[in-house]
Design a protein around this ligand. Structure first.
Ligand SMILES: N[C@@H](CCC(=O)N[C@@H](CS)C(=O)NCC(=O)O)C(=O)O
Length: 200
């Protein structure tokens, strides 16, 4: 199967991690951005990545759908089938994705020329990032040190936050979360999918 992606997309990286954990072979194709069209090779009408060619010429999106599909191919799916445990995992996954969304939106508000900055919107995204990280710090003792459906999204969100918004310095200000994060980074799957080159 072909995954249209970018190595720095936290959403695409979730699918890359899940595929590796599940021994699913994906052809990872880096999409090119094309102005107003977004990622044109994405085969998503929204111009976004990731997109997964799950049937010839047919593409699944967005990343939670792709992850649930890849997980459904496993003999032992990570996502519990039903009930409370399922929705806890989906909630944790949404929290990780929500952190990525907030960092993504924050970045696009702040990379504009200063005259176009909208301070209230920057503040809005800043608040989401801080609140998401504070919530993660609180729940970190219960997340466990293995790749669950939720933990995949949380690790991707935190790494993306470290890369795109390093001034938040979440790993210093939230030590329990930093310790939890470290417990999931000493493995081949994390290393193989980590594409960020820190400049600061
Ligand atoms: N909710 C979507 C978000 C995907 C998304 O925003 N991807 C970004 C890359 S990290 C993108 O394609 N941006 C291009 C654009 O919006 O033009 C998902 O989980 O797949």
């Amino acid at each position: 199967m072909k995954l249209i992606c970018s190595p720095i997309s936290p959403y695409a990286r979730k699918a890359m991690i899940l595929a590796r954990l599940s021994n699913i072979e994906l052809e990872e194709v880096t999409a090119e951005k094309d102005g107003a069209n977004g990622y044109v090779a994405g085969d998503s009408p929204l111009g976004k990545i990731p997109a997964l060619e799950w049937q010839p010429g047919q593409f699944l999106f967005d990343s939670p759908v792709i992850c649930q599909y890849l997980d459904s191919l496993r003999e032992d799916p990570l996502l519990p089938e039903e009930g409370h445990p399922r929705f806890i995992q989906l909630w944790q996954h949404a929290l990780g994705d929500g952190l990525s969304d907030a960092v993504y939106n924050y970045r696009y508000e702040t990379v504009r020329p200063a005259a176009l900055h909208w301070d209230e919107m920057i503040e809005r995204h800043d608040r989401s990032i801080r609140n998401a990280i504070a919530t993660l710090e609180k729940i970190s003792p219960w997340l466990g040190s293995e790749w669950t459906f939720g933990n995949i999204a949380i690790v991707c969100g935190l790494d993306y936050a470290s890369y795109r918004a390093p001034h938040f310095d979440w790993w210093t200000t939230h030590p329990k979360l930093a310790e939890w994060h470290a417990s999931l980074t000493d493995n081949a799957v994390w290393r193989e999918t980590y594409a960020y080159v820190m400049t600061a």
